[in-house]
Design a binder for this molecule. Structure first.
Ligand code: ADP
Ligand code: MG
Length: 510
């Protein structure tokens, strides 16, 4: 049985043009499909209660079942299942109420069981999709083939001793979600944007922290080349034989390297084909130091994993009502939030993208914008606050200026009690010293001249003394700015430029 996710229809968009590799004898296009391994955000492993804490003492988070002690039996962690279901719903995918675990057999020192428990035949999540925006109103719809749950392996350590290798089983048995895309990605930038979008969605959901440095999100990247038109034929007929032979680049954990590896791999394959050769299907590794991919194993050497259903685990059955409960508790996701920000606050698509990059950033903005001008709030949050946080390597979680403080400052600006220039000064004081915006402004003498009499007097004096400038400004209103500048100077920068501008225009009859 299948549960279809009750989510909103995808936004309308135009597909970007595929990346065409030029500077070669013929034009070539790229076809890319990704297998992303996302570590499930969970305190305990998939089949044991051992901790998943990163950076623990080697072999300190290992239960008997992780170490494959004889007679130990795996017990599924319900929370990890919930996280996979949540991720599936977030990718608008079908949730399979019945799935099953299989053994993928191979020998490696960091795999004490001698097999990995995975889901080959009956994954928990079926077909879904991700909308990957590529700028200029274009977006690529990348279809998801499946998501299955599986165990991670341990870690072999070869660089601690010249003669010995070590193993650390802390990671052994940690839950992974393998998210398999269709070959719908058409360029290196799209591949990186796709991984970024998956990461963003999972961080919104809290199902994977997306920490690529720690290896919590890594991708196997499948790359092939084809001639213009071939991909459209594949889409129309479903016949994958019109596509080129693919190579798989294993275990990439950096957006930058993903792009560089695809670019290198595409050029390598083109050179082979244009030279009259054929690409052989193989697994390759990317060497970031050399900027090259190199063969790891060919198809002939590929493992025969002798998959079979894991006899230690019953098929996994979940209830529709349980899935519905998870669906009902889903947070607002990035696409929906971004569309709402554009509609509700009248901001640009770009600004909405910046503000919704992380759920915490969006929540901060909404607290500032509540009951205030959304565009002005967006401007201050993005340019002043995020700009400053970025510069100091901080996140919104450790901002010294709270949403309430920033909002209070915007209120002073709006009521004309402080000028834009004063607001920047006040922001600086709030950042370094803190305090209530109104109190700080009063204590530091940050007060705009609201007495229009003083402005009027300065303006009258200027007009009387500069009849030629008045004439010029009447002919060319852009020259009125000179009067504004002079008035601001005369009032010592305490007048609101917007107010002065209006008074100048009125005075000169513009
Ligand atoms: P297998 O059955 O050998 O595992 P799949 O068809 O499941 O192969 O594909 C594995 C991954 O390779 C998927 O992410 C898929 O999108 C990608 N892929 C398949 N064919 C191609 C191709 N011609 N070019 C690039 N990627 C491809
Ligand atoms: Mg496959």
């Amino acid at each position: 049985m299948t549960h279809t996710a009750p989510t909103a229809a995808p936004p309308t968009f135009t597909a970007p043009a595929p990346k065409v590799i030029q500077g070669t004898k013929e034009d070539w296009e790229l076809v890319i499909g990704l297998e992303v391994h996302a570590q499930v955000a969970s305190n305990a492993k998939l089949f044991s209660g051992a901790s998943t804490a990163f950076g623990s003492e080697p072999n300190s988070n290992v239960a008997f079942v992780d170490a494959a002690m004889p007679g130990m039996l795996p017990v599924i962690n319900e929370f990890c299942v919930e996280q996979a279901v949540k991720t599936g719903l977030g990718l608008r995918a079908d949730i399979h109420l019945t799935s099953a675990f299989d053994r993928k057999n191979y020998f490696y020192p960091d795999l004490p069981q001698g097999y990995q428990i995975s889901q080959l035949y009956h994954p928990i999540v079926g077909e879904g999709e991700v909308i990957v925006e590529m700028g200029g109103g274009t977006a690529r719809r990348v279809r998801i083939e499946r998501i299955h749950l599986e165990q991670d392996a341990g870690k072999s350590i070869h660089d601690m001793d010249p003669a010995l290798s070590f193993v650390d089983f802390n990671r052994t048995g940690v839950a992974l979600m393998e998210i398999v895309s269709r070959p719908d990605i058409r360029g290196p930038e799209e591949a990186a944007a796709y991984v970024a979008k998956l990461r963003q969605i999972m961080r919104y959901l809290g199902t994977c922290d997306g920490n690529m440095q720690n290896g919590n999100l890594r991708a196997d990247v499948n790359v092939s080349i084809c001639r213009p038109g071939d991909y459209e034929r594949f889409q129309a007929t479903g016949d994958a034989s019109v596509l080129g032979t693919r190579c798989e680049i294993k275990n990439m954990n950096s957006m930058r390297f993903i792009q560089a590896a695809i670019d290198y791999e595409a050029r390598r394959q083109i050179a082979i084909v244009e030279d009259g050769g054929t690409v052989t299907q193989e697994t390759r590794l990317y060497d970031p130091d050399k900027g090259e991919t190199r063969s790891m194993r060919s198809k002939e050497e590929a493992h025969d994993y002798r998959y079979f259903p894991c006899p230690d685990l019953l098929p996994l059955t979940i209830e529709q009502a349980w899935v519905d409960g998870i669906a009902a508790s889903m947070p607002e996701l990035p696409d929906a939030k971004k569309a709402r920000f554009v509609a509700a606050y009248g901001m640009t698509d770009y600004d909405a993208g910046v503000l919704t990059a992380e759920a915490e950033n969006a929540a901060f903005f909404e607290e500032v914008a509540g009951g205030r001008d959304g565009k002005i709030a967006a401007n201050w949050v993005i340019n002043e606050l995020f700009g400053r946080l970025n510069k100091e390597g901080l996140t919104v979680a450790d901002t010294p200026v709270s949403a309430a403080q920033l909002g209070g400052m915007l209120d002073l600006l709006r009521s004309g009690e402080i000028t834009g220039k004063m607001a920047k000064e006040l922001f600086e004081i709030l950042w370094t010293e803190g305090g209530d915006p109104a109190e700080v402004a009063a204590a530091r003498g940050l007060k705009a001249v609201t007495d229009t009499g003083a402005i009027e007097a300065a303006l009258d004096a200027l007009v009387a003394a500069n009849p030629e400038q008045v004439e010029k400004a009447r002919v060319n209103p852009r020259l009125a700015g000179w009067f504004t500048g002079q008035v601001l100077k005369a009032t010592g920068g305490t007048a609101d430029p917007a107010v002065v501008n209006k008074m100048v225009a009125a005075k000169l009859g513009l």
